[in-house]
Design a protein around this ligand. Sequence first.
Ligand code: PMP
Length: 401
Amino acid sequence: FAHIPKVPEVPLYAQLQVAYGKDPSPLKLNLGFGVYRTEDGKPFLLNVVRRVERLLVNDMSNFKEYLPITGIAEFNRWSARLILGADSPAIKENRVTTVQCLSGSGSLRIGAEFLAKHYPQHHTVYMSQPTYGNHPNLFSAAGLAIKTYRYYDPGTCGLDFQGMLEDLQSAPSGAIVLLQACAHNPTGVDPTIPQWEQIRQLMRSKGLLPFFDSAYQGFVSGNLDEDAKSIRLFVADGGECLIAQSYSKIMGLYGERVGALSIVCKTAEVASHVESQLKLVIRPMYSNPPIHGAAIAAAILKDRDLYNEWSIEVKAMNDRLISMRQRLFNALCDKGTPGDWSHITKHVGMFTFSGLNPEQVAFMTKEYHIYMPSDGRINMAGLGPKTVPHLVDAIHAAVTT
Ligand code: PMP
């Protein structure tokens, strides 16, 4: 292997995390890594997950043999219900096939491999500019070409809706379009429901194939059904789509790698053919998925009490994100920091695109030990009431020096 050149580390994971870890300052603050944290910046284990794990340990039927290629059937059924709704006609008509995958990333990757193999119409995926850093990798690794559509308007710190529609309008018919269902990463900007409806009409009229990525269901409104509305609009028209679901953030199951890929088809027969082919995609990649995390998720999804307890915890996580937005905004106003910071409270989900430029971010890291990606994305869950003043001091200094 002597010929192998060394490549640079993956920026967000390696550079930021390593630099943060090495920083001895007691003031250091990690707003970069995309995980939910407590007010004190500690990892958060949901109570409902803790409770279900105890139940699973006591369950003598606990089983460690291989799962089927497509994972736990019950997990798949309930995942489809979670995203499409309990009374979804597509589910009732058996037009949806769902397979357990390795979290959101694995679901996107299996979907991408499936499309590369079985969707000859167009091997190009359009994704928002900007998008989650791993999106291009997940699709190009499957051999699909990547293009972008306009999404974020730095002028308004909001959605460039006209730009988005124009770019989708000029995409070739049949192209795949990756859409984040809610709580867009990294911008914190989502289309409204009437805008989603316009996007749907345009995409369906042009025969563009929607591939939804749902990693933050419940993190916008605090309500799981509400945050699935964008997807449900598309599914209600009877057309095809793909959906990748992640349980990393919404159940705090990051390292358990729990996710599902659903493919909504036009008939039950097509869905069964698709499922048979998905098995052939998965089998040579990892044969079958792991049990533990999906068993936890399934136990929560199928039990009314546990589900209610979980929904309350999701709402509490969401409330904390919203209150951090408000605190940060108020503190910047109180300090008289130059600029319009109202986008902080308008943005939704876990992230806000602060508008800080790479030089300002570098200054804040050097002088204030605050770590975030150079695009200025702030993970609101990395903040707590005690750390807001420090961040405000840093932002103030960055924009006034
Ligand atoms: N999609 C989006 C939009 C994300 O933000 C993330 C994680 N940050 C993922 C997918 C993948 O996460 P995971 O593989 O942990 O589910």
